[in-house]
Design a protein around this ligand. Structure first.
Ligand code: ADP
Ligand code: MG
Ligand code: ZN
Length: 502
């Protein structure tokens, strides 16, 4: 049977977090509008004669993203009309950028290993741009990023459709890759990294369930070894990573089956049915000429001068990749550990906050954050930025464990207390009498009692059932409310058990 490989190119639509809309002064905070059709004006509802004006903040944010993605920022920008009719598009066209986008030819490195086959030769596909080293991840080429505007929203009710123009004209950034990715994992890796960068830059919240960040997957398949680019389909409006991966995997399988049965793939736009988990045809795919693009006559070309672009570059924060590398060297973490901490800026900041206040090794801080801390906030569906425990308090708690003032299980109790009622860790230790005891006399008493009370278990252990040891440690922890130093307890336990062997 023929072996196939997938070719994936992603388009991402990201709303940009500006106060006002792209071409008028209306508020862009449509999600918190009091009512439909309140954040509107003649410009964003497409009344004849209304004149658009470019939102400077949106241009700044788009530039920031372009620079973060290693793109060339074009000094000469133009806007274009992309003509199509749909009830959510009041003007009958969308103002976009066509020939001269704000950013072009960049790249983003991902960790998912290089594809099997070399990239197709062509514009923007330069194998020499790939980072060195097999299996060390790959470089996804960004073809372009351009500014456009969002559409209105339709609500379907019984026999009518209602239009809310509050979202019409909200600034959008579209980021388009070359067809570089070869696996669903690579596409997911890329999408995850783009989302993290947008969040780091404060350009987008990344809250995909609200529709502020949408993916489109362009997919084709071909026999492994072939260099041709076959006809692709495009799956629109993927609103979650789950939808992105499921839809892509489904579409790859579907296309392979079509070829295996001797069929052909037609270029079309598909939707993803989340319930039935299938792609469904929406329409034949338009080509650029179908949109009758032409220069927007109401907007002059937008010129960005070099000095201004450089001033935006100076605002670039440390991005996830750089932060990861710094964490690895500065805190001696494994790359995987660092990557987890830098996946979100708020989490990375929290970690650094704790480390700077703590005397414990950064590794220890990492394991408490990756473990108990994450478990807590996941269970509570809490955002890292809303965590009520100050990094200082968490640092104190971890230090008390490091210097053996308390045991790990008391640490968990205190963390829960900090999350729910706040307070000072040292105070909580006193109030709840949680201090760890390493006093041998005390622990010896407890261990002796447990052995005397459980002769059957002692016998089983002596007969070779070593797992009983863990159970006994559990009994010790329970009897002492976790206060017995586990190392001391374990040593004594082993010693007393051996004595009973004689
Ligand atoms: P448009 O959507 O405007 O028609 P393009 O056809 O140039 O633009 O490409 C859109 C997206 O489709 C890009 O992300 C590109 O990488 C991807 N793409 C183009 N050709 C293929 C193909 N044969 N297989 C998979 N993806 C493709
Ligand atoms: Mg497209
Ligand atoms: Zn408006």
């Amino acid at each position: 049977m023929t072996q196939y490989e997938a070719i994936i190119g992603l388009e991402i639509h990201a709303e940009m977090l500006t106060n006002s809309k792209m071409f008028c002064g209306c508020s862009a905070a449509y999600a918190s509008a009091p009512e439909p059709n309140t954040y509107i004006c003649p410009v964003c509802t497409g009344l004849p004669g209304a004149m658009p004006v470019v939102n400077k903040k949106a241009v700044e944010l788009a530039t920031l993203v372009g620079l973060a993605l290693n793109c060339t920022i074009n000094e000469h920008n133009t806007f274009a009309r992309k003509n199509y009719y749909y009830p959510d598009l009041p003007k009958g066209y969308q103002i976009s950028q066509y020939e001269l986008p704000i950013a072009s030819k960049g790249y983003l490195d991902i960790d998912t290993p290089s594809p099997l086959a070399p990239l197709p030769k062509g514009e923007g596909n330069d194998d020499s741009l790939r980072p060195a080293g097999e299996g060390s991840g790959m470089r996804v080429t960004i073809r372009r990023a351009h500014i456009e505007e969002d559409t209105a929203k339709l609500a379907h009710e019984k026999n009518s459709a209602l239009v809310d123009f509050n979202r019409a004209g909200v600034p959008l950034l579209e980021i388009v890759t070359e067809p570089d990715m070869r696996t669903v994992e690579a596409a997911l890796d890329y999408a995850t990294k783009i989302r993290a960068i947008l969040r780091y830059l404060g350009v987008n919240t990344g809250d995909m369930e609200t529709g502020v960040l949408r993916f489109e997957a362009n997919i084709s398949v071909r026999p492994v070894g072939s260099e041709e680019l076959r006809t692709r389909t495009e799956i629109k409006n993927l609103n979650s990573f789950r939808a992105l991966t499921r839809a892509s995997a489904y579409e790859i399988e579907r296309q392979i089956k079509v070829y295996e049965n001797g069929g052909i793939i037609v270029q079309e736009t598909l939707g993803w049915d989340d319930v039935r988990e299938v792609t469904v045809s929406q329409r034949g795919k338009e080509d650029a000429h179908d949109y009758r693009y032409f220069p927007e006559p109401d907007l002059p070309p937008l010129r960005l001068d070099r000095a201004w672009i450089e001033s935006i570059r100076a605002q670039l924060p440390e991005l996830p990749e750089a932060k990861t590398q710094r964490f690895v060297t500065q805190f001696e973490l494994k790359e995987k550990e660092a990557r987890f901490l830098t996946s979100e800026k708020a989490l990375a900041d929290y970690f650094e906050g704790v480390v700077s206040k703590s005397k414990s090794p950064a590794k220890t801080v990492h394991s408490w954050i990756a473990g108990e801390f994450m478990r807590y906030i996941n269970d509570a569906s809490m955002d890292v930025k809303d965590v009520p425990v100050a990094p200082e308090s968490f640092a104190k708690l971890i230090d008390m464990i490091t210097d053996k003032t308390i045991g790990a299980s008391a640490g968990k109790t205190i963390l829960t207390e900090l999350f729910t009622n706040g307070g000072d860790p040292a105070q909580i230790v006193k109030e709840k009498n949680l201090a760890q005891v390493s006093d041998e006399g005390f622990i010896l008493e407890v261990v002796t009692k447990i052995l005397n009370d459980n002769p059957k278990e002692v016998e089983q252990y002596l007969a070779g059932k070593e797992t009983i040891l863990q159970w006994m440690m559990g009994q010790i922890a329970r009897t002492t409310k976790g206060k017995a130093d586990p190392n001391v307890a374990r040593e004594l336990l082993l010693k007393l058990l051996e004595e009973r062997r004689k």
